[in-house]
Design a protein around this ligand. Structure first.
Ligand SMILES: Cc1cc2nc3c(=O)[nH]c(=O)nc-3n(C[C@H](O)[C@H](O)[C@H](O)COP(=O)(O)OP(=O)(O)OC[C@H]3O[C@@H](n4cnc5c(N)ncnc54)[C@H](O)[C@@H]3O)c2cc1C
Length: 404
């Protein structure tokens, strides 16, 4: 394809926080690069980016040396600066991780160790000291991490879109991709528009595996959507800041937590239940084709076989508010069932390997004239600025290579 027949240099599929931070980073690293972002929804942050806990994670949970650890620690500090610079609601609140059972104590101590290995300052508390931070919270022991914060990721994404200088198109769902290694990519939208680019970046979140397959690349994993349901606390005065349980190391999910957000409301959640559609924000939303594809993936069955007991507990708490409230009372005994008011849910794009392994770290794969982001779970919003830079670096390097 002749140089003049490209509509842009890079087409980014997906206008969530990862796609937009990639567009922003390309604009900074290589000014003059023409970037088009195609987003299927009519606005920014309609999926994971706008439906999360809004926490700027410190990086305490992640294996030292993992992409998650590296990018969360750097990303948290950068996110606070970005929010301050662009006047986006945010606060550095710190958070408590609380052990309520004796068997959690070794895991709590392991987290202290991990936090220190990741360069964080962590304060250990006995049960009585918890009240210094959270008078209504009870536990056997806790740790306090000072660098955790909160922000409005939807607002961050909108600001990234403006500051990127990219051509961001809404209502542009990618339905077909034609890639010729010697001639770039042509992308067709549901509205019939064609965008020709030298290379593509796949940041399609809940649909990233399908976009990889449309490009002709086997992702080696499939997205299994896990819904996270939230309640709003009707008596927000019970919680001052952020309170988390000790996470189960078998899962990349952090457990139901209490988060005072930038709107000053307190959110309780999210749990983790299988969603019956990629964008299945409640039990009524079922997409038989998407559900069929999830069930056809051998990894889904392996996962169910391995973790059915945990899954059954999560399902029970999803279907029964008293059961959910009982779980919350382990941390916050004063909560009554009627204090929990249902609010909007989110769905996590969790990559699962063929053998049922939940992909824990960020997963970015390069292919000719394509970079695919195949797993960008929490804390990808926190880490979005360094992740965007890394994706931009790989995109520009791949482009230089393929046009050599
Ligand atoms: C319940 C929950 C709680 C979380 N809490 C936190 C937290 O507190 N802190 C934190 O750091 N992270 C958190 N996360 C994780 C964080 O929200 C995500 O990691 C991050 O938002 C991922 O961004 P993304 O851009 O990859 O995905 P998305 O925001 O989902 O964006 C992908 C975009 O691609 C678009 N798209 C898909 N297919 C197509 C197509 N064919 N054509 C065009 N566009 C397409 C979608 O419409 C979507 O807008 C949480 C996530 C969930 C679900």
């Amino acid at each position: 394809m002749a140089a003049g027949s490209y509509d842009c240099d890079v087409v980014v599929i997906g206008g969530g926080i990862v796609g937009l931070s990639t567009a922003y980073a390309i604009g900074r690293a290589a000014p003059g690069t023409r970037v088009t972002v195609l987003e299927k929804e009519q606005g920014t942050a309609r999926h994971q980016t706008g439906r999360n806990s809004g926490v700027i994670h410190s990086g305490i949970y992640y294996r030292p040396g993992s992409l998650k650890a590296r990018y969360a620690v750097a990303g948290a500090a950068e996110m606070v600066k970005f929010c301050a610079e662009y006047d986006i609601p945010h606060a550095v609140t710190g958070k408590l991780i609380v052990a309520t059972e004796r068997e959690e104590l070794p895991r709590l101590h392991a987290l202290v160790q991990r936090g220190r290995e990741n360069g964080l300052s962590v304060r250990e508390l006995c049960g009585a000291q918890i009240a210094e931070y959270e008078p209504e919270v009870q536990g056997l022991a806790a740790i306090h991490v000072g660098t955790t914060g909160i922000c409005d990721y939807g607002a961050v994404a909108r600001r990234l879109a403006e500051a990127s200088g990219a051509d961001v198109r809404h209502g542009a769902e990618v339905v077909r991709i034609d890639r010729r290694p010697d001639r770039g990519v042509a992308v067709l939208t549901a509205a019939g528009d064609i965008v020709r680019a030298r290379t593509l970046v796949n940041c399609a979140g809940l649909h990233c595996d399908r976009i990889a397959l449309l490009t002709g690349d086997e992702p080696g994993a499939r997205i299994v959507p896990f819904r996270g349901e939230y309640y709003e606390l009707a008596r927000p005065e019970l919680v001052r800041g952020l309170v988390y349980p000790v996470p189960d190391p078998a899962f990349p999910f952090l457990g139901v937590h209490l988060t005072r957000g930038t709107d000053d409301g307190v959110h309780v959640g999210p749990n983790a239940v299988p969603a019956l559609a990629r964008e299945g924000y409640d039990w009524r939303t079922v997409r038989p084709r998407e559900l069929g594809a999830t069930l056809a993936w051998p990894g889904s069955w392996q996962l169910a076989r391995r973790h059915w007991r945990y899954g059954a507990g999560e399902l029970h708490r999803s279907l029964s508010k008293p059961a959910f409230a009982r779980a919350v009372r382990r941390l916050l005994p004063a909560v009554r069932d009627e204090d929990l008011v249902p609010t909007a849910a989110g769905v996590r794009a969790q990559a699962v390997l063929r053998d049922g392994t939940l992909v824990d770290d960020f997963l970015i794969r390069e292919a000719p004239r394509a970079v695919h982001v195949l797993n960008a779970p929490s804390p990808a919003a926190t880490a979005s600025l360094p992740i965007g830079r890394e994706i931009a670096r790989r995109t520009l390097a791949g482009l230089a290579e393929s046009e050599r």
